[in-house]
Design a protein around this ligand. Structure first.
Ligand code: AOF
Ligand code: ZN
Length: 378
C-alpha cells in the first residue's frame, strides 16, 4: 500500500478514535478524553475509550474488546499511551504484551510522567510508531487536560448571556430570561463538561440559584461561591443542598471561597455540608482569585465555568485567570443607562489595554448566538 493511501486510512481510523474519545466528555476529568481503535487486515477488531475517571484507559478497553488476537495489528489512539503506574498500570506494557506491531498517535501527552517516554518505550520494544495523525483534531479533545496538567490550574471559562445592546439585566435588575430555551439548555450541557461552576455572592442573593446540570451527560459540577465576607444565607439553595449525594453528584457539592476564618461563623455552614476555601484578600479587598484557582487546582478540579456577575467577571479577567469567554447574545435590546453589562469593575483605561480575544467560533442556537473565544495571554 502506498504511503498516501496509508495516511488516508490512518485518518479514517483516527476519526473513529476521536468519536469514541468524545463519549467520555464530562465523566473523565481531570483526566483526558481518549479513544482507541485496533485494526487488523483492514478490519476493526477492537475499540474503546476512557469511560470514567479512575477506570481503565482507552487502550486497555480497546484491547479487552478485541474479537480476535491483536498480534500484528495497528492501534490508533488519540493520545500517546502512558508508560507510568498511575491508578491503572501502564498502557505501553499491555500494547507490547499483546504484540501490537504499529501504533498511530494523535496528540503527545504533556503529563510530565509520560511526555515522549510512552512513544520511546514502544519504539524500544520494536513497535513502529506514527505520530501527529490528525493532531489538531486530537488536541481539540483536551484543551482542559493540557492546561491543567501543565499548570496545575483549572481552565476557566467565563460565560454570560447578554442582549444585542450588551445588557445582562434590565435597569431594574431583572434578567429572567435573556436567551431562549435552547441556549439555556446549552448552558446546562456546558455545566456538565466542567468540574466546577463559580458565581459571586451577588448572584446567590439575587437569584438563589441551584447551579445544577439538567443535562444527564456528565457529572454535576462542584458549586463554588466567591463570598469574601461570608454573607451567603444559610437558607440559600446552594447551602441547603450541600450534603446531597448521588452517583452523578460530585463531592463536595458546595464550596464557599472566603476571607472569613472564624470557626464560629463557618461552623453552621459546615454542619450543612459546605466546604470552605479560606483565602487571602487581593489588592481590591476581595478574595485573591489567583490564590483561589491554585487552591481549586489542588482539589483535582481541572475546569471552572464562571457564571459571574459583572464585578466577579471583571476581577477574574483582571487577575488573568480566565482562559475562555462564552458569550450568548439574544436578539433583544433592553437599553437603560443603569442596566449592567457583563463586565463591570473599573474597566481598562484605554482601548490599547483591552483584553483581546482570539480563535472565535460562532454558533447559532435557536434565536440566539454563542461566540466562544480564547483570552489572549498578556
Ligand atoms: C486516562 N485515560 O485513556 C489515557 C490516559 O491515574 P491514571 O492511571 O488514570 O493515569 C492518568 C494519566 O494517564 C493521564 O494524566 C494521562 O497522562 C495518561 N493517559 N489517561 O485517564 C486514558 N490514555
Ligand atoms: Zn494509559
Amino acid at each position: 500500500m502506498d504511503l498516501i493511501n496509508q495516511s488516508e486510512q490512518d485518518k479514517t481510523y483516527m476519526e473513529q478514535a476521536i468519536r469514541l474519545a468524545r463519549r467520555g466528555a464530562g465523566f473523565v476529568n481531570p483526566n483526558p478524553q481518549v479513544g482507541a481503535v485496533i485494526v487488523k487486515n483492514g478490519r476493526i477488531i477492537g475499540q474503546g475509550w476512557h469511560r470514567r475517571f479512575g477506570e481503565p484507559h482507552a487502550e486497555r478497553n480497546a484491547l479487552a474488546s478485541c474479537t480476535e488476537d491483536p498480534a500484528g495489528a495497528t492501534l490508533y489512539v488519540t493520545l500517546e499511551p502512558c508508560c507510568h503506574q498511575g491508578k491503572t498500570p501502564p498502557c505501553t506494557e499491555a500494547v507490547i504484551e499483546r504484540r501490537i506491531s504499529r501504533v498511530v498517535i494523535g496528540s503527545g501527552d504533556p503529563n510530565p510522567l509520560v511526555s515522549g517516554r510512552g512513544i520511546a518505550r514502544l519504539r524500544e520494544a520494536g513497535i513502529s510508531v506514527t505520530e501527529h495523525c490528525l493532531q489538531k483534531e486530537c488536541d481539540a479533545l483536551n484543551p482542559v487536560f493540557f492546561h491543567y496538567i501543565r499548570t496545575g490550574l483549572p481552565f476557566v471559562t467565563a460565560k454570560y448571556a447578554m442582549t444585542r445592546d450588551g445588557r445582562i439585566a434590565t435597569a431594574g435588575g431583572s434578567s429572567r430570561w435573556i436567551t431562549g430555551e435552547a441556549a439555556r439548555a446549552h448552558v446546562h450541557h456546558s455545566r456538565g463538561r466542567n468540574m466546577a461552576i463559580m458565581a459571586g455572592l451577588g448572584t446567590v442573593l439575587a437569584d438563589d440559584p441551584e447551579l445544577t446540570c439538567r443535562d444527564s451527560q456528565g457529572l454535576s459540577p462542584v458549586r463554588i461561591i466567591c463570598d469574601t465576607e461570608l454573607n451567603t444565607p444559610l437558607s440559600s439553595r446552594l447551602v441547603q443542598t450541600a450534603a446531597e449525594t448521588g452517583p452523578s453528584l460530585r463531592q463536595p457539592r458546595t464550596v464557599i471561597a472566603t476571607a472569613e476564618d472564624s470557626p464560629l461563623r463557618t461552623k453552621p455552614y459546615e454542619e450543612l455540608g459546605v466546604k470552605f476555601l479560606t483565602l487571602p484578600r487581593g489588592a481590591d479587598g476581595h478574595i485573591d482569585l489567583n490564590a483561589l484557582v491554585q487552591a481549586v487546582g489542588t482539589m483535582q478540579i481541572d475546569s471552572i465555568l464562571l457564571e459571574g456577575g459583572s464585578e466577579l467577571n471583571w476581577s477574574a479577567l483582571n487577575s488573568g485567570i480566565v482562559n475562555r469567554v462564552q458569550t450568548y447574545i439574544a436578539p433583544k435590546i433592553f437599553g437603560g443607562a443603569k442596566a449592567k453589562g457583563p463586565v463591570g469593575g473599573a474597566g481598562v483605561d484605554s482601548p490599547e489595554h483591552a483584553f483581546m480575544l482570539t480563535d472565535s467560533r460562532i454558533t447559532r442556537i435557536g434565536e440566539d448566538y454563542l461566540i466562544e473565544s480564547e483570552v489572549e495571554l498578556c
